[in-house]
Design a protein around this ligand. Structure first.
Ligand code: BES
Ligand code: ZN
Length: 456
């Protein structure tokens, strides 16, 4: 008798065509010029879910819409699985660095290149197809399923917490499955035990009321660009630690077994540096790169703007300067407390004649899971069935802001099963998703429903 995985294999060419159509929609949430496209992507997800057999509704929000699809045929006594993903993408710029245009998917060397191929349209699509395969072959699923697809993840999910609170009954689930992260290595799948949180700021420095001749005034008036880079430099000490008073007060030391698990993973620091194109890995003294990424907070300038940056030399003293600074957080840090500490740091490192203003952009809390329980076992079995090896447990340096809220508001156990590969260029030019992971990803998620049901 034909099984859902047989269906998925048979329908693969169509799946690729459909994914191509999804990836062609430039649903850039950060850019209001694309609001119509972002809306179209939501409708695309709705149509897919409807065709698969779910009951679907698009909810407007003050920002981009939320799509909710439901299949409750397993009955009120059966458990419910919530699937979460995002249909928005990061801006594709700088366009000139793409080998093929970001919204014209291109299949090369076993990879699909397009903005959103890995983060997260390609991975959200895997879930749509796993559901479709079950419903097409068996006419049912072994559990109730709710799909929640949002269009604002890449801008910090500003409207999702209120949405989840308002619809907590409808979204309530035992398990929430999210595919928006990476495998540990090619052929080696992983289940996440943690995500870092985020606190994102702009620091504005203003000095003279206008740009000035850097000879006629330089040396006698305060320069906000000089002051801002001094402030930025003061954020770290020589050993790479963040030099903001009180910053480490809430940093929890992970349990020894987590640290031992990290040490046991195959990882080569030199290869890592080579992969990113540097001569050495960086960061806080006394920690390995994986410990730095998964268990320690970080602070980075994401962008800096001031003065003349065009061709040649212009002798000018800028009137203002701005830096975008992000801090990745670990348990038990909170974005609000970190913002307050940074504000104190800025006040204490003031510079005569230059005003600093701190603007809080968005934040998200870190997440850390206990890595046992039937849902973890079900996911591990599903991954092993399709990849032929058991997954490793890993942390993640990136953030998915809503995960903590799913746990707290809905009481759901998060299961983070990512299928992107390291180096997939999420947020960068030439983002890609491996076809092997695409195919095995769909099969894993098909198996996951059976494994979750058999673990009841
Ligand atoms: N898919 C990523 C999270 C991620 C990044 C997982 C890298 C695994 C590896 C997600 O879409 C994302 O980029 N999140 C943002 C959140 C922010 C905008 C609040 C992030 O981490 O920068
Ligand atoms: Zn992203």
């Amino acid at each position: 008798m034909e099984q859902p995985v047989d269906f998925a294999r048979r329908e693969r060419p169509r799946f690729y065509r459909e994914l191509d159509g999804f990836l062609r929609i430039p649903s850039v949430s950060a850019n209001s010029k694309h609001d119509g496209d972002t809306r179209r992507a939501a409708e695309w997800v709705r149509d897919q879910l409807q065709r698969a057999g779910l009951v679907v509704e698009i909810f407007p929000t003050p920002g981009h819409p939320v799509v909710v699809g439901e299949w409750r045929g397993a009955g009120p006594k059966a458990p419910t699985v919530l699937v979460y993903g995002h249909y928005d993408v990061q801006p594709p710029e700088p366009l000139e660095l793409w080998e093929t245009p970001p919204f014209e998917p291109s299949l090369r060397d076993g990879r699909i290149y397009a903005r959103g191929a890995a983060d997260d349209k390609g991975q959200l699509f895997l879930h749509l197809k796993a559901l479709e395969a079950h419903l097409a072959i068996r006419g049912r699923l072994p559990v109730n399923v709710v799909v929640l697809a949002e269009g604002e993840e890449e801008v910090g999910s500003p409207n999702l917490v209120p949405f989840v609170k308002e619809h907590r009954d409808r979204l309530a689930a035992e398990t929430v499955v999210i595919s928006d992260s990476s495998m540990f290595a090619p052929g080696l799948p992983s289940l996440l035990f943690s995500l870092r949180g985020l606190a994102y700021f702009e620091i504005h420095a203003t000095g003279p009321s206008t740009d000035l001749h850097s000879g006629a005034y330089g040396g006698a008036v305060p320069n906000p660009a000089n002051a801002l880079v001094r402030l930025v430099a003061s954020l770290h000490d020589e050993g790479g630690r963040i030099a903001v008073n009180g910053f480490y007060d809430d940093v929890a030391v992970p349990p020894e077994e987590t640290l031992a698990g990290i040490r046991a993973l195959p990882f080569d620091a030199e290869e890592y540096a080579e992969e990113v194109g540097t001569t050495a890995s960086g960061g806080e003294d006394g920690y390995t790169p994986l410990e730095r990424l998964w268990t320690r907070p970080s602070c980075d300038v994401n962008g800096i703007l001031s003065g003349y940056t065009g061709e040649g030399a212009k002798t000018v003293l800028p009137a203002s300067a701005m830096a975008k600074v992000s801090m990745r957080l670990v348990p038990d840090q909170s974005p609000d407390r970190v913002a307050a500490l940074l504000r104190e740091h800025i006040d204490a490192n003031g510079h005569d004649g230059v005003d600093f203003e701190l603007v809080e952009l968005h934040g998200g809390r870190p997440w850390l899971a206990p890595v046992d329980g039937p849902h973890f076992e079900a996911a591990a079995s599903a991954l092993e069935r399709s990849f032929g090896v058991a997954p490793v447990l890993t942390g993640e340096g990136g953030s998915i802001p809503i995960v903590m809220e799913f746990e707290e508001i809905l009481g759901a156990n998060p299961l983070l099963i990512g299928f992107a590969l390291p180096g997939a260029n999420m947020h960068a030019p030439n983002e890609w998703f491996a076809t092997e992971c695409f195919e095995k990803g769909i099969e894993t998620l098909i198996h996951l429903y059976d494994e979750l049901a058999s673990g009841q």
